[in-house]
Design a protein around this ligand. Structure first.
Ligand code: ATP
Ligand code: MG
Length: 261
């Protein structure tokens, strides 16, 4: 039975997609069977995984959610792309943007992704959901079906301020929709180790949240090579295996594995 991890933060551009991809591929390298789920109409994860024209993909998360909401039968493997031996992906594209509206009137609208995941989670060890930068119905669906949420947070002033709203939403979902939801941890990303400002931010996150929420001891460094992986459709482990970002994402993978299912 898969552990489902939602990678979420309503702040844009903080490293959610990069983290979802490299954590998922890292877990696959460790021999785990992984499903990556793109839950963002921008289709960034789909693109980063090498599917350059997501809008031409006809079977995606949108169709899966719509069919689940309509109580239609979904055939085995529908909407799932086999990417490599241990990694599958449910892609997303612009069609998913209408889900915010169409799901709003659906029966049990917060639990549709959960209902779908129940059907397939026995096939995988880990399901990693890359959320869009909002706290709308799609992200609430991801939090409702997840066992835990991993929060990438860019080591900068405004992203850290936005954490409070996110953590409040997570606790609301936990109280009302998913009692088992845990916070896997806050992951500081794009940490520029050369500046004292970045170190101050890291210390502030540890001071403010460290007592109640796990802040991962590993930080993802600011790295041009990490930024380039989005364009080359390769994991950081393939693209720059000896680099500091690859090293950091490998440590994150090991920590997530150590947390268990
Ligand atoms: P969105 O909110 O739009 O979904 P996101 O939170 O998923 O964004 P990413 O797409 O992962 O964020 O990253 C934002 C940008 O920063 C991308 O161009 C990415 O290549 C780059 N980036 C990601 N991680 C790093 C890093 N460690 N160092 C430098 N650049 C990075
Ligand atoms: Mg993204």
């Amino acid at each position: 039975m898969a552990k489902i991890i939602a990678v979420a933060n309503q702040k844009g551009g903080v490293g959610k997609t990069t983290t979802a991809m490299n954590l998922g591929l890292g877990l696959a390298e460790e021999g785990k069977k992984v499903l990556l789920v793109d839950s963002d109409p921008q289709g960034s994860l789909t693109i980063c995984m090498g599917y350059r024209e997501p809008d031409r993909i006809e079977e995606s998360l949108f169709e899966l959610l719509t069919m689940t909401a309509n109580d239609e039968d979904i055939s085995d493997g529908y909407g799932i792309i086999k990417h490599s031996e241990n990694v599958d992906i449910i892609p997303a594209n612009i069609s998913l943007s209408s889900a915010e509206v169409s799901l709003a009137s659906a029966f049990c609208r917060e639990s549709i992704m959960k209902a779908y995941m129940e059907q397939i989670r026995n096939v995988y060890d880990y399901v990693i959901i890359d959320c869009m930068p909002s706290l709308g119905i799609l992200t609430v669906n991801a939090l409702t079906c997840a066992d835990s949420v991993l929060i990438p947070c860019q080591a900068a002033y405004l992203p850290v301020k936005g954490l409070q709203q996110l953590i409040k939403t997570i606790y609301t979902v936990k109280r009302q929709l998913n009692k088992e939801l845990k916070i896997e941890g806050i992951l500081l990303t794009m940490v520029d180790g050369r500046t004292t400002f970045a170190k101050d931010i890291v210390n502030e996150v540890n001071d403010v949240y460290g007592k109640t929420v796990q802040v991962f001891p590993v930080e993802i460094p600011l790295s041009v090579r990490a930024a380039e992986t989005s364009a080359v459709a390769k994991s950081i482990y393939d693209y720059d295996p000896k680099g500091k970002a690859a090293h950091a994402y490998l440590s994150l993978t090991k920590e997530v594995l150590a947390h268990g299912c």
